[in-house]
Structures are given as C-alpha cells and as structure tokens.
Design a binder for this molecule. Structure first.
Ligand code: FAD
Length: 461
C-alpha cells in the first residue's frame, strides 16, 4: 500500500501536468499509468539518425499558451511548420494546387461555398459560451442535428461539401453523421474558430516542439520521478469519508483524492465504488473516440519541397486522406505524415499491413510522383488498436450528449476529480487543452484541501 496526498490515474499530458503541479506545491503523488510509457496520445519515437517521429499529437499553434509556457519552463524550443510552396486538393481525381486555407483554384462556385461556410461557422462559434456550451442560445437546436445534416442543408457545391466533410469530420475521426453540430461548434470555438482548427500557418499546425512532444513529456516525467508507476492499469477506485483507495493489478494507493486523466470511454472501464453519479457514469458511455491511422513515410530528403509543394494535401476518400510535411527542424530526413481518419481508417484497418502500405504509398505516388513510392522507412501507428486510448484524436459527443450530460465533464464526484483534454473549455482536444485540464485539476484539489483544513480549524475553535 502506497500512502500519498493525491493519486493520478493516467500519465498523458493531463495526468503528468496534474502530478507536476501538485509536486511543485509540495504534495506527495502517485501516478498510475497503464502503459509501459508516459505520453498517452502523444508518442515520440527517437531514431538512430537523431531525428524523431511523433506517432501521435505533434503540432502546436498560437493561443496555446499553456503548452508554450510549459515548454519555456523546461527549455524546449519550437520551430515553425514548413508551409512554403503550394498545398494540394484532390477531388474527383482532379488535383488543384493552391496557397492559403481555401482552395480558390477549384471552381469559383465551390470556393465561394467554402468561403461562405467558413464565415458562417465562425459566426456560430462566437455564440458558444466555452465553459457551458449547452447554455448557448441555439444549443438545443444545434445539439439535435449532426454535422452531416447541417452540411447537407448548407453546402450546394458537391466538391466543397466533400472537402469540408472530410476536413471537419476528420477532426473527430468519425463520419459527419456521428457528431453533434453543437459539439463541433464548441470544439472549434475552444480553439478560436474554424480558421484555427482547419488551418496550418498561424493556426493549429503552426509549429512543433524541437525534439517532438517527447522533448516535453520526458523532462516532466523526470521531475515527477519515481512517483510514476508504469504498467499499472487502474481497475478499481473506492472512495470513503476520508479518502480513496486506487487499485491496479499490482499496486494499491491510498490518497485523499484521485484525479482521473484518461479518455472518457476508457474511464468507463474502471470500477468505481460507490458507483459514480448517473450523469457522469452515462457520459462515459456517450463520448466515443474515432478511428485514426498516423503514418510517417521517411525519405532521404523532402523531395516535394523542390517540386514547389508544401506537402500539405487532402483527398477525400483516399487511403492517404490528408498529408503534411513532418520533417524535424533540420529538414532532414524528409518525413511525410499521412493521416487517415474515420470510415476510411476503419476500412484500411481491415487490410493486412502490406496491403495497407501498398494502398497508402500508391496514393502518395499519384499525388507526389514516383519518389513517394520508395521511402527508406515507413512507420504506422493505428490509434484505434491502442487499448488505453481506444482511438483518437479526441472523444466527441454525438447528438444530445452535450445538452444532457455536458455539465458532468468537469464536476468532481466526491473525491474523484477529472482531467484530460476533453474536460478543457479552452483548446479542447489538443495537448494544450490536456495541460490546461491538469493545471485546473491540480488547483481544484489544492483549493478543496485548503477549504477542508480551514473548516477543520474552525471546528476545533
Ligand atoms: C494521431 C493523433 C494526432 C494528434 N495530433 C495532435 C496535434 O498535432 N496537436 C495537438 O495538440 N493534439 C493532437 N492530438 C491530440 C492530443 O494528442 C491529445 O489531446 C492529448 O495527448 C490528450 O492528452 P490527455 O492526457 O488528455 O489524454 P491521453 O494522452 O490519452 O492520456 C491518458 C493516459 O491514461 C492512460 N490510461 C488509460 N487507462 C488507464 C487506466 N485504467 N489506468 C491507468 N492509466 C490509464 C493512457 O495509457 C494514457 O497514457 C492528436 C492525437 C492523435 C491520436
């Protein structure tokens, strides 16, 4: 039995931040992490040539002040994403090169539709109160319909529809018919609007930490030190009047409070005693993650740059749906990141590894030429097959969930508190949101402890 002030379940960015801030405040902590590594949905692989591959979360952008602050704290510099050259859209087999966020080189009608929808989404996002999106004026109306329903009603151009459906639903790694419009607007608003979410430069994929996300989570874990216990999936949390008892297969931790920092659907795999309040319990069953493959095709050099391309491309329906240049700050080797999400990720998940690799490289050859077919290395990460993530990039809410159960996202359940990117009102779904949630959870339990101590003193007087 380990006796500590606070127990943290999960060693992703949310759990690590919670533990770090609690330790810095002079409290004892135990972090129980299910995997044999920390980082969760971020996972940086170091390569022999000194480069690195981010198999999960990678990019950062303006407004993500908490990750920048943490990078500052640990002396991790950032570098800008390569955006020189043209991006590419492939619709109905036709390639369109363009610069900026909107592919203006497609038909003027399609481009007009895209521009109008961006404006409309931005306008709708402004009406969402981030701390309580379920109180938005149109919350009930927007939570009754899916993203697919709204796109069908509002976009007349077929290629524009296809592109936006791929781009927006892609963020939730699910079909547009699975996601509530209110949730889409809330998640976009939490990042500052559609231009941030769907853009690259000066937006969500503006920069990266030098050394990848691991350059940040490794020193965090080092500072937390031997309070982190790896390969300890938590099975059981029991709370009583004085504290909590948290059990993995091998360890039992006794603490005053526990902070659970795991994805929502995964949190339902833990047995809570007594049972959680009904709304939190049902919320766990109602916020799934989607399917996503993230692939790094590594070449001696980023040959697409010489061809005037940024490496950024989108091709609805293709097994290589989205690509982006993922080179390190030195620009060598050439790393092309391929992201395949939602229904197509589920389809290519049925193929064996060799068939999937052939399908993806074939799609890259069509887009970037023969050189794309012969990478020196090929690294595939299937997040849907990760037991302790259950998919990625983030959990989403289907229709009706935010308005009915949203209030339970952050509400503590007695001595059980919640962190995780999905519980962050700002930058929900990003690493920055995970960090914010960890800082909020740490303050929450520290404040409660102060109040309890004061009440105790008053009682004695
Ligand atoms: C492919 C992909 C690309 C992404 N790209 C970006 C990006 O470019 N930029 C960005 O900001 N974000 C990105 N994200 C999202 C980002 O990675 C997440 O928002 C963030 O990592 C979530 O952190 P978290 O701590 O909330 O959850 P997690 O990272 O999921 O951490 C939860 C931890 O809990 C552990 N755990 C689960 N169950 C148990 C249990 N029972 N007991 C103990 N431990 C348990 C897990 O192993 C995990 O370590 C991406 C995600 C994916 C998957």
């Amino acid at each position: 039995m380990t006796d500590v002030d606070f127990c943290v379940v999960g060693g992703g960015f949310a759990g690590l931040t919670t533990a770090l801030r609690l330790k810095q405040a002079g409290r004892s902590v135990a972090v129980l992490e299910a995997r044999d590594r920390v980082g969760g949905r971020t996972f940086t692989e170091l390569r022999e040539d000194g480069s690195w591959i981010d198999r999960g979360g990678a990019w950062i952008g303006p407004g993500q002040d908490r990750i920048y602050a943490l990078m500052n704290e640990f002396g991790v510099p950032s570098y800008r994403q390569y955006t020189d050259g043209e991006a590419m859209m492939v619709v109905d087999g036709k390639q369109y090169r363009y610069t900026g966020t909107i592919p203006w080189t497609m038909s003027p009608w399609a481009a007009m539709n895209l521009g109008a929808i961006f404006l409309e989404l931005g306008h709708m996002c402004k009406s969402i109160p981030l701390e309580a999106p379920w109180t938005a004026k149109n919350a009930d109306k927007w939570d009754q319909i899916t993203l697919a329903h709204w796109l069908d009603r509002n976009i007349l151009s077929k290629p524009a529809h296809e592109l936006l459906e791929t781009a927006i639903a892609g963020c939730y790694t699910s079909a547009a018919s699975e996601v509530s419009l209110l949730f889409v607007l809330y998640q976009m608003a939490s990042g500052g609007g559609p231009s941030f979410v769907l853009g690259v430069k000066d937006a969500a994929e503006d920069a990266r930490p030098v050394g990848g996300m691991g350059a940040l989570y490794r020193p965090m874990a080092a500072e937390i030190g031997d309070s982190i216990h790896l390969s300890q999936p938590v099975r059981h949390i029991h709370q009583d009047a004085d504290g909590v008892t948290v059990r993995s297969d091998e360890l039992t931790v006794r603490a005053r409070r526990v902070i659970v920092a795991v994805p929502l659907a995964i949190a339902s795999q833990i047995l809570y005693e007594p049972m959680l309040p009904i709304d939190r319990s049902l919320l766990h069953q109602r916020m799934p993650s989607g399917a996503i493959f993230k692939i790094a095709a590594v070449y001696d050099e980023p040959f697409w740059r010489r061809d005037g391309l940024s490496g950024q491309s989108a091709a609805p329906g293709s097994p290589a749906t989205v690509t982006i240049d993922a080179c390190t700050d030195t620009g060598r080797p050439g790393v092309m990141c391929v992201i395949t999400e939602g229904p197509i990720a589920r389809q290519i998940g049925q193929l064996d590894e060799a068939e999937r690799r052939a399908a993806i490289l074939g799609a890259l050859v069509e887009r970037f030429g023969e050189k794309a077919g012969a990478p020196v290395d090929y690294i595939e990460q299937n997040w849907s097959a990760e037991r302790y993530s259950g998919g990625g990039m983030l959990s989403h809410a289907p229709t009706g969930v935010l308005t009915q159960f949203g209030h339970a996202l952050r509400e503590p359940c007695g001595r059980v508190h919640w962190a995780g990117t999905e519980s962050s009102a700002v930058m929900c779904g990003w690493v920055d949101g995970a960090i914010r949630s960890g800082e909020r959870a740490a303050s929450e339990v520290l404040e409660l402890e102060t109040v309890t101590a004061l009440e105790g003193r008053l009682h004695r007087l």
